[in-house]
Design a protein around this ligand. Structure first.
Ligand code: MG
Length: 253
């Protein structure tokens, strides 16, 4: 069931999103060659707690997972798509780092992801990043009351395809609110007009995950997802609310 949030609840979620966007901005500024993903994780925890919030991913246990997530953020590198675990790995020039993080503010969750190129990256990788960011923008533009989840999926998927890349298989966006993952699944592909109709008060995390090669992903022993063919992947995510007039991006400062 897709939960409808009240105006008051969306106000809280907008504050949560603003605080998250500020943390993401600060992390982006510290990301450079030589920095380890563990250092970024430690700083994320400090910043989230400093802003009066609780890290959403730390100790989070999605249904089906063997163990709770042991870090504050996900740091997926190059062929890593999502759920990459921070480590002693030092970022190097040419890497694509995907930062995915969430927080809890006043019992409500917010979720956001960005892809950051490290040092000198190839033209194709820059294109992959820009198409993935563009796909999120297309998805958000389609997130209007009266439109459907299929319209969002179609907007994202057709834009990615048109630009010669692929949406990865099997990973989706989601509803969000008092839980990190609520109904519905927000697919990154679809047909116009199919699935649920979008209504004011729905809050959704849209998150295109796009790769340069084949769309198949595999899950590693540490639970992270990587492209099966080793091709580069990018990921952007915003938490948004459907409003009477259109939509509101909550994860922005
Ligand atoms: Mg998410």
């Amino acid at each position: 069931m897709i939960l409808i949030k009240t105006e008051e609840e969306i106000k809280i979620m907008a504050e949560a999103g603003k605080r998250l966007a500020l943390v993401v901005r600060a992390l982006k500024a510290m990301v450079k060659e030589g920095v380890t993903t563990y250092e970024i994780d430690r700083e994320a925890k400090r910043l989230i707690e400093e802003s009066g919030c609780i890290p959403a991913f730390l100790n989070y246990r999605p249904s089906g997972a063997d163990r709770p997530y042991p870090a504050t953020i996900c740091t997926s590198i190059n062929s890593g798509v999502v759920h990459g675990l921070p480590s002693g790995y030092a970022l190097k020039s040419g890497d694509l780092l995907k930062l995915d993080l969430g927080l809890i503010y006043e019992k409500f969750y917010s979720d956001m992801a960005i892809t950051v190129p490290i040092g000198k990256t190839s033209k194709e990788d820059q294109e992959l990043i820009s198409v993935t960011r563009g796909a999120l923008e297309k998805g958000i533009a389609a997130a209007q009351p009266g439109n459907t989840l299929g319209d969002i999926g179609y907007a994202i998927g057709s834009f990615v395809k048109k630009n010669g890349f692929h949406v990865v298989d099997g990973l989706t966006g989601h509803g969000i609110g008092r839980k990190l993952h609520e109904d519905p699944y927000v697919f990154n592909e679809g047909l116009p007009g199919e699935w649920d109709v979008l209504k004011p008060g729905m809050v959704l995390a849209l998150e295109p995950m796009v790769c340069a090669g084949k769309p198949r992903v595999k899950q590693l022993e540490d639970d992270s997802f990587v492209t099966a063919d080793g091709s580069m992947a990018a990921h952007f995510e915003h938490t948004i609310a459907i409003t009477e007039k259109g939509h509101r991006i909550l994860t922005q400062a």
